[in-house]
Ligand binder design. Structure first.
Ligand SMILES: [Zn+2]
Length: 295
């Protein structure tokens, strides 16, 4: 079992918010063991928003955390970078309502972490282990967990009726090196027609050709891809970020098919229920005995 890890010092990064279009700065600060990843908005310094499933509030094109009326948007890429690189304890202060989109990938965050340096802490990571499978299905979209392997392996399949995207599938065993080289650089992507609809709803105001792969009907209008299958790699990036809301690394194989943030969160909640279930089942016979004794 590896020790928990935090940063040696604080580091900041600036960019625009994808949806608001406003400039925003994120500062990542060290935190003590068992603190987890916690967001705090500079304009609400008394409200700590833990990166936890109970804070997940909205998953429309990005994941938003919310607590007592205070929200932080677009948290999934920085969370993915933290989970992928094994950063367990960190306070992320945001001067604005959402994490900056930067280049649309997790790479700027991954590059930022060594600038702060990692510090091993005097407590161990307790991975989440589950001995049975869990599956959520919505039509032809699904995510399945099976208790295979020593770490986290993700398989993702997508199928977009577009000449550049089409069917893509990727399996990756998540570790810091593999994450930094194969997953972190993959940028978010969007279809021009959907971006126009989002703009009309007041979303994606900060979106441009430098922070997303933008597709029109025939091709890409935002320059060359970083990987031929950059699209499915970004879906893996998002899934790793959303699964980190479980609060500890999950061990096993997660197989997602045509999913997105909403299904990622629904799946993570199903895993959380399954993780709690053995304890509840073990407690049930004792509860039954007590009720017999009481009658
Ligand atoms: Zn994303």
């Amino acid at each position: 079992m590896r020790p928990q890890t935090t940063l040696r010092t604080s580091v900041s990064i600036e960019g625009v918010g994808l949806h608001s279009g406003h400039p925003v700065r994120a500062t990542l600060r060290p935190a003590p063991p068992d603190h987890g990843i916690v967001f705090v908005r500079a304009d609400h310094p008394d409200t700590d928003i833990p990166a936890a499933l109970e804070s997940a509030a909205n998953y429309d094109h990005a994941t938003t955390l919310s607590l007592r009326g205070v929200s932080i948007g677009t948290v999934e890429h920085v969370l993915s970078a933290a989970a992928g690189e094994g950063l367990d304890n960190c306070r992320i202060e945001i001067e604005g309502p959402e994490v900056p989109i930067l280049d649309g990938s997790a790479l700027p965050f991954v590059r930022l972490l060594p600038a702060a340096g990692f510090e091993r802490q005097g407590a161990s990571v307790r991975p989440l282990t589950l001995q049975r499978s869990v599956e959520v299905t919505r039509g032809d979209r699904s995510i399945r967990f099976t208790p295979d392997g020593a770490g986290l392996t993700v398989t993702y399949e997508i199928d977009f009726p577009h000449p550049i995207v089409g069917r893509q599938s990727l399996t990756v065993t998540v570790g810091p090196e593999e994450y930094a080289s194969a997953i972190a650089p993959a940028r978010t992507f969007g279809f021009l027609r959907e971006i126009e609809i989002m703009r009309a709803r007041g979303l994606a105001r900060g979106g441009n050709l430098h922070n997303a792969v933008v597709l029109d009907e025939e091709g890409i209008i935002s320059g060359p891809l970083r990987f031929r299958d950059e699209f499915v790699r970004h879906k893996v990036l998002d899934l790793i970020g959303d699964l980190s809301l479980l609060g500890a690394p999950l061990k096993g194989h997660v197989h997602a098919r045509k999913a997105g943030h909403a299904l990622h969160i629904e799946f993570a909640r199903a895993v959380e229920r399954a993780l709690r279930a053995p304890a509840e089942e073990a407690a049930a016979p004792a509860a039954r005995r007590l009720s017999i004794l009481g009658t």
